[in-house]
Design a protein around this ligand. Structure first.
Ligand SMILES: [Zn+2]
Length: 499
């Protein structure tokens, strides 16, 4: 996005106000909860009689002070009428209003109403589009429901806010040219931006997010496109499969024997040194000084550049993988668990043994730098667009199991080499792991190549007929008449030549 100077200043002001607004709303809910909890010495007055326990995340009754104004010290505005909401009860048949029900409003409902009032008295609130402010509260609500329903962490105060949202239908696209377009953002004005996609096909513009990243501004639009995604091909109709194995030395090994290199965007020696230099430069500067802010901006810019590089590279990698075959098989990796800190090892005397923590930290950095999760996400999206299924299989022993005989032995693997101790099958260890991944999906394909028995001597095949056996599920049996015919012919040829 290319805002002009005054627009950029407005955007930056908005982000500051929105951050304060969000933190205020968050504090109001938390204090409301805390002041009614066991830490409070004063008398506790429950307006509705329910409360919840923060540790066990149990909501007693149907109300919780973090989301509902059930307690007196919770989100209760100065005017009590703001704390209630009226719902119109309609008759099911005639659709006429038969009654008006008065109920306690939710915390977000009240905070939205208070925000609307604040816009009348405070200039910095009035400057911001009202929908953007309300969206801010909805986002906080989401953070709380993530905590209660999805097991996420308790929301935190935020030190820095870098994005805000517009409701669907608020942003208008104007003046779409070949390289750039301009969008009307309510409260900001017309802002030019480089368009990376064909915008003329957009019919319905949904939520728009404005984002600040590495000193640049971005607009991302959620759109409804005409035409839907293709149906995912059922596994029985797929004719080829590619297994992938992600690693550090080689970023991705494909089961067809090819590799995608790992470029180590941030952990290669040059970049890592530059990053640590920039980090040191920040820590040398005086706190709160202009030079410190400058140094921080420099680092942010560098990090942003690297992130963009990694993003582009993983799109390329994902595209290569999805184009290779009809089905993509990948390991079910818990990347988050993999980059956990090393567990402390007790030596039994109150001290700690060496647990390889610093080594693990370095490894964690390399794993995060490779961006496996990003590649997986991109594969999922590209495969969805192409109508190809992606299958996740268990990653257990995938680096040790032999794809030929199924033997599992630690001795088979030595670094990058794999040599099965049972059947002498040998392959690059990563390629082998990708083949195991592909094999675990359980698809069997007819082999297209026709091979003659090895003992057929001088005989050369006179007529090669490629055979494609079309069975419904490809769980095939190669006993088609053609094969038998060719084999018979080879036999007779052999006989005649030996005569
Ligand atoms: Zn083997």
């Amino acid at each position: 996005m290319l805002p002009n100077r005054s627009q950029e200043a407005t955007l930056e002001e908005w982000l500051v106000t929105l951050r304060k607004h969000r933190n205020y709303a968050f504090r109001e809910r938390t204090v409301g909860f805390e002041s009614n909890n066991k830490h409070n010495d004063g008398s506790i007055v429950y307006a509705y009689g329910s409360h919840c326990e923060l540790e066990s995340r149990i909501e007693y009754g149907s109300c919780c002070p973090l989301t509902c104004p059930v307690v007196k010290h919770g989100v209760i505005p100065h005017q009590l009428k703001l704390a209630t909401k009226q719902t119109k009860v309609k008759d099911k048949l005639t659709k006429e209003i038969i009654a008006v029900k008065t109920d306690w409003d939710s915390a977000s409902g009240i905070q939205m109403k208070v925000t609307t009032q604040l816009r009348k008295s405070l200039n910095n609130f009035a400057a911001i589009d009202s929908d953007v402010l309300q969206r801010n509260i909805i986002k906080l609500d989401k953070a709380f429901s993530n905590f209660f329903d999805n097991g996420k962490g308790y929301p935190q105060f935020i030190k820095r806010l870098d994005s805000f949202e517009y409701k669907p239908g608020r942003v208008l696209l104007r003046d779409i040219r070949k390289n750039y377009a301009s969008a009307y953002l309510p409260g900001i004005g017309d802002v030019k931006f480089h368009n990376s996609r064909d915008l003329s096909i957009i019919q319905d513009l949904r939520t728009c997010t404005i984002k600040r990243e590495g000193g640049n501004w971005y607009i991302s639009m959620l759109v409804d496109l005409t035409g839907s995604l293709p149906d995912i091909k059922p596994l029985e109709q797929c004719k080829s499969i590619v297994g992938i194995d992600v690693g550090i030395h080689k970023l991705v090994a494909l089961s067809d024997g090819s590799f995608i290199e790992n470029k180590h965007p941030t952990t290669n020696i040059r970049t890592a040194r530059r990053l640590s230099m920039r980090q040191r430069a920040i820590s040398r500067k005086r706190k709160g000084s202009k030079n410190k802010i400058k140094a921080i901006k420099k680092l942010a810019k560098q990090n942003h550049k690297l992130a963009q590089y990694r993003n582009g590279y993983s799109w390329q990698a994902a595209s290569i993988i999805v184009k290779t075959a009809d089905v993509v098989a990948r390991e079910d990796l818990r990347i988050k668990n993999m980059i956990k800190r090393a567990k402390p090892k007790s030596d039994g005397k109150g001290g700690y043994k060496h647990n390889g923590a610093s080594r693990k930290t370095g490894l964690n950095r390399v794993i995060a730098d490779a961006g496996w999760g990003e590649i997986f996400n991109k594969i999922a999206w590209l495969a969805l667009k192409a109508g190809k299924p992606v299958v996740e299989v268990s990653a257990k022993y995938s680096s040790l199991e032999c794809p030929k005989c199924g033997h599992i032995d630690k001795k088979s693997r030595e670094g990058e080499k794999y040599l099965c101790v049972a059947c002498q099958y040998t392959e690059h260890a990563d390629t082998k792991a990708s083949r195991i991944t592909a094999k675990r999906v359980g698809l069997v394909f007819p082999s297209k190549e026709l091979t003659l028995p090895t003992d057929c001597g001088k005989v050369t095949l006179s007529r090669y007929q490629s055979i494609v056996i079309e069975t419904e599920n490809h769980a095939f049996e190669v006993n088609s008449p053609t094969v038998g015919y060719l084999r018979d012919k080879a036999e007779t040829l052999k006989e005649s030549s030996s005569l």
